[in-house]
Structure formats: structure tokens, C-alpha cells
Design a protein around this ligand. Structure first.
Ligand code: DGL
Length: 278
């Protein structure tokens, strides 16, 4: 049974939601939050100097994740959203232990939505190698329904292809066809897009796997879960003022602005470079 998270008594409902990711891919989650919760302030942290996390060791990801969670908690956010599937997969429990405020993550939200959507009780998961190797999605799904069959596939080439902007490119299509071989796809009716970058490939993936497959976009499902949690605890920001969006990154790489706008679906506002205490 799911334990409902509680907000500490002293929580300021006008405080920001803290969202974090290994880089700028988590802006897909910010976009979904902005649309679902248009009056909430959002503070986003992207570890652009150290991305990608999807091929790093568990120990390294845990230590980086703790640093970022602490940075946002010091800024007094009212809740944390782990936008990065890889971090949620291997550091989700550690972040929850450190945090006095509720922590939502894309894996728990994606697992809920997938179990609700599947009719065949067979779910496919795609993600980075670290996410897939962690088995975190399968564990979260089996905690909800032990009878569901879970098929997982790491798709390491999708992150660079999305960052290259090849969202509808023959190379991306071939790669998707290779990863999602019919034998894998035919056994499932629901496919979880278990990585921040994959929502940008949704049209192409839907085409490759066929229109009847449910695609679970964990950015949308975690935004929905955030709205539900805030509402059920009376913690929504009711001030109705223009929200403040702040973006913190550890580096501003080449093509950063263009890439960020693609993930956010609008111009990326001013971003601030910060360094984390090691
Ligand atoms: N944000 C990561 C995820 O959702 C993808 C990029 C990376 O490997 O750091 O798994």
C-alpha cells in the first residue's frame, strides 16, 4: 500500500517546487508542471557539467544526487520532484531519507500510470542503462501488482539523438526499430518512456510501436501526482501571482539555449551557473 506523504506543519504554501535532473532533460518535467500548476514557483537544478548520469555508477549518482537535493532544500522548497529517471532509480530512497519535505519521482508516478493503463498486464520499460539495470521500474510496478509482466530495454542511443535534435530522423527511426524489436513490443500494450529525453520522441515512438500502444510519459504523470498531492494537503499556491521560475545549472555548454528551449517548449529564461560543494 502506498504511504501518503505529508508536508511539515511549518510549510509555506507559497514556497517553490524544487525540480532536479542530471542536465536539461528534466525541463520536460518543468514544462508539464508549468502547464498543470500554472501558479506554482519552480526552482530547477540541472547538473549540466556532469551529465550524462545514465552510464555512471550507482555510488557516483547517489553522491551527486545528495548534493543537488541539499542545494534545493537549503532554498526552502516545499517539495522535491526528481525529474531524472536515473537518479530516481538509484538514489530515490536516499533523497527521501534526507528530505523533510515530500519527494515525488518520475518512477513512482510512471509505474502507477502504467499499471492503471495496461489491459494485458504486460508493460514495457525503456530507459538509460543505469535505470534499466537498477530494476527500479519493475520493483515499483510489482509493488502495485505482482502479476504484471515487465519487459525492459535500455536505449542508450536515444539521449544523444534527442540532444542532436534528431527527433524525426531516419537514424532515430532505425534505432527505435532495433531497440523495440517486434517480439518485445508485441508482448506489451503499455510502454513507459523511462527517461527525461524520451517524451520528445513520442510521435516517432508511437509510429514505430503502433497507435494502440499506451505510451506513459512520466513527465505528465509526475506533474499530475504533484497537483494531487498539493491539493489533498491544501498546499497549492493560491496567491495567483505570476510565478517565479529559476534555473540553476553547473555549466552552460554549447547550444545550451537552443536545447533548453526544445525541452521546455518555450524560450528558456535566464539561467544561473552555480557550483556545488564537492
Ligand atoms: N536524465 C536522465 C534520465 O532521465 C537522462 C540523461 C542522463 O543520462 O543523464 O534517465
Amino acid at each position: 500500500m502506498k504511504i501518503e506523504q505529508r508536508f511539515p506543519a511549518e510549510t509555506d504554501r507559497e514556497a517553490a517546487i524544487g525540480v532536479f535532473d542530471s542536465g536539461i532533460g528534466g525541463l520536460t518535467v518543468v514544462k508539464a508542471l508549468m502547464e498543470r500548476l500554472p501558479f506554482e514557483h519552480i526552482h530547477y537544478f540541472g547538473d549540466t557539467a556532469r551529465v550524462p548520469y545514465g552510464i555512471k555508477s550507482v555510488q557516483t549518482i547517489q553522491s551527486f544526487s545528495a548534493q543537488i537535493a541539499d542545494f534545493l532544500l537549503e532554498r526552502r522548497v516545499k517539495m522535491l520532484v526528481v525529474a531524472c529517471n536515473t537518479m530516481a532509480a538509484v538514489a530515490g530512497d536516499l533523497i527521501k531519507k534526507r528530505s523533510g519535505v515530500p519527494v515525488l519521482d518520475v518512477i513512482a508516478a510512471g509505474a502507477d500510470a502504467a499499471v492503471a493503463a495496461t489491459r494485458k498486464r504486460a508493460i514495457g520499460i525503456i530507459g538509460t542503462p543505469t535505470t534499466i539495470n537498477s530494476n527500479a521500474y519493475a520493483r515499483a510496478i510489482h509493488a502495485l501488482d505482482g502479476q504484471v509482466r515487465v519487459y525492459s530495454q535500455a536505449c542508450p542511443l536515444f539521449v544523444p539523438l534527442v540532444e542532436e535534435g534528431w527527433l524525426d530522423h531516419p537514424v532515430t527511426r532505425l534505432t527505435a526499430e532495433e531497440y523495440l524489436k517486434p517480439v518485445f513490443v508485441e508482448s506489451v500494450d503499455t510502454l513507459v518512456l523511462g527517461c527525461t529525453h524520451y517524451p520528445l520522441l513520442k510521435p516517432l515512438l508511437q509510429d514505430v510501436v503502433g497507435g494502440s500502444m499506451h505510451l506513459i510519459d512520466s513527465a505528465l504523470t509526475v506533474a499530475e501526482e504533484a497537483a494531487r498531492l498539493l491539493q489533498s494537503n491544501g498546499m497549492e499556491n493560491t496567491s495567483r501571482q505570476t510565478p517565479e521560475y529559476r534555473f540553476f545549472v553547473t555549466d552552460i555548454p554549447l547550444r545550451f539555449q537552443a536545447l533548453g528551449s526544445r525541452f521546455l517548449g518555450r524560450d528558456l529564461p535566464l539561467v544561473q551557473t552555480v557550483s556545488l560543494p564537492g
